[in-house]
Each structure stands twice: as structure tokens, then as C-alpha cells.
Design a protein around this ligand. Structure first.
Ligand SMILES: [Fe+2]
Ligand SMILES: [Fe+2]
Length: 190
């Protein structure tokens, strides 16, 4: 990799900019999705807060079930990464994950990730929160899509004996889903 001599933006020559921008774009495309995967992997050995699986295992279990059920690749990726922001902001981790993944997901999958917490509440039999809170969204075009996700792949994926494929199984999928959009973004800038 070429390195420029400048140590500030103001000192960088036109050639420096050409080198740094070109190499940056190539790397962003080559490594698309890796930052999201790394965030998920950072949860690998974290405590489970009393559940029988931790958040990382829950995520792998959910993605494995989605894959086995024949869901499409982008949906499997959305399932895998739906809780990647759990530790950043537990009470609004869906919004944070949704913001991170918005450019890379279809609208229905983005909305599903970004709003899953309020739908997940509907499956709780014990809660001080309003378990019917998702009703405010009834009629929304992605209501049923999100409810189905929470039922099939979120509330029901905390079993330590459920199949969990290795993260390596999903890495190429994440790279493809993020890479498609990254490629388009990087080549659309002047
Ligand atoms: Fe969640
Ligand atoms: Fe979850």
C-alpha cells in the first residue's frame, strides 16, 4: 500500500488525495461488512445475564434457524446482526442496529431490525412495560414482517441445545450483502 508524505489535509497534494482515496475505496469494498461482524464477534464471551445463551449465541442460533428455514441471504444477515448493538445501547439497540445497517438492507428488513424491541415485548408474559405497545404500528406495511421475525427468530432462539452454525458460515453472506452496496456507493462518488 502506498503512503503519502503529507501529515495534514492542507499539506496533501492532488496526487496524495488520489492515492489515499483510491486505496481507501478499494479497502472499504474489500472489507465491507467486516466492521459489523467484528462488533458481533466482540460479544462472543460476554455474560448471558442469566439466560442459557449469551447474545452472540442467540444471534447465531437465530441466523442458523433462518438459514435452515430457507430465508433469503439478506434476511439471514439481518437476523444475524439484529442485536449487534445490544451492548452499545441496550434500551434502544434496535434503533442503533437499524441505523448502522440501513444502507445495506431492503426497507422491510431495515424496519424490522430498527423496531424489533417493541414487537419482542409482545412475547413477554411478565413485563412492567406495555406488552401491547407494538399495536401502535398495526397497519404498517412491515408490521407482519417484523412480528414474524420476532416470533420465529428472536423470542424463540434462546435454547442452548439449538443448532448454532459457526460465524464463518455467515461471514461470506455478510460480506456479499454489505459489499454490493459498498461497491455501488464507492463507485458513485466523484
Ligand atoms: Fe434485540
Ligand atoms: Fe434478539
Amino acid at each position: 500500500m502506498d503512503k503519502v508524505g503529507a501529515t495534514s489535509f492542507t499539506a496533501a497534494t492532488e496526487k496524495d488525495w488520489e492515492i489515499a482515496v483510491r486505496q481507501g475505496r478499494q479497502r472499504y469494498i474489500a472489507d465491507a461488512g467486516v466492521a459489523a461482524l467484528n462488533l458481533l464477534k466482540s460479544q462472543k464471551d460476554e455474560p448471558s445475564n442469566g439466560w442459557q445463551v449469551n447474545n452472540y449465541e442467540h444471534s447465531l442460533s437465530a441466523a442458523t434457524k433462518a438459514l435452515r428455514n430457507g430465508e433469503d441471504e439478506e434476511y439471514v444477515v439481518a437476523v444475524l446482526l439484529h442485536d449487534l448493538a445490544q451492548d452499545l445501547d441496550p434500551m434502544r439497540h434496535d434503533r442503533v442496529a437499524g441505523t448502522l445497517m440501513k444502507p445495506f438492507l431492503r426497507p422491510e428488513n431495515h424496519w424490522m431490525v430498527a423496531n424489533h424491541q417493541v414487537f419482542q415485548l409482545g412475547f413477554r408474559t411478565h413485563s412492567k412495560f406495555d406488552t401491547k405497545a407494538c399495536e401502535k404500528f398495526r397497519g404498517h406495511p412491515f408490521f407482519e414482517h417484523t412480528l414474524r421475525f420476532c416470533d420465529l427468530y428472536d423470542q424463540s432462539c434462546f435454547d442452548p441445545n439449538a443448532e448454532r452454525l459457526a460465524i464463518a458460515t455467515f461471514e461470506p453472506m455478510v460480506r456479499r450483502v454489505f459489499g454490493r452496496v459498498m461497491q455501488a456507493r464507492m463507485t458513485s462518488y466523484p
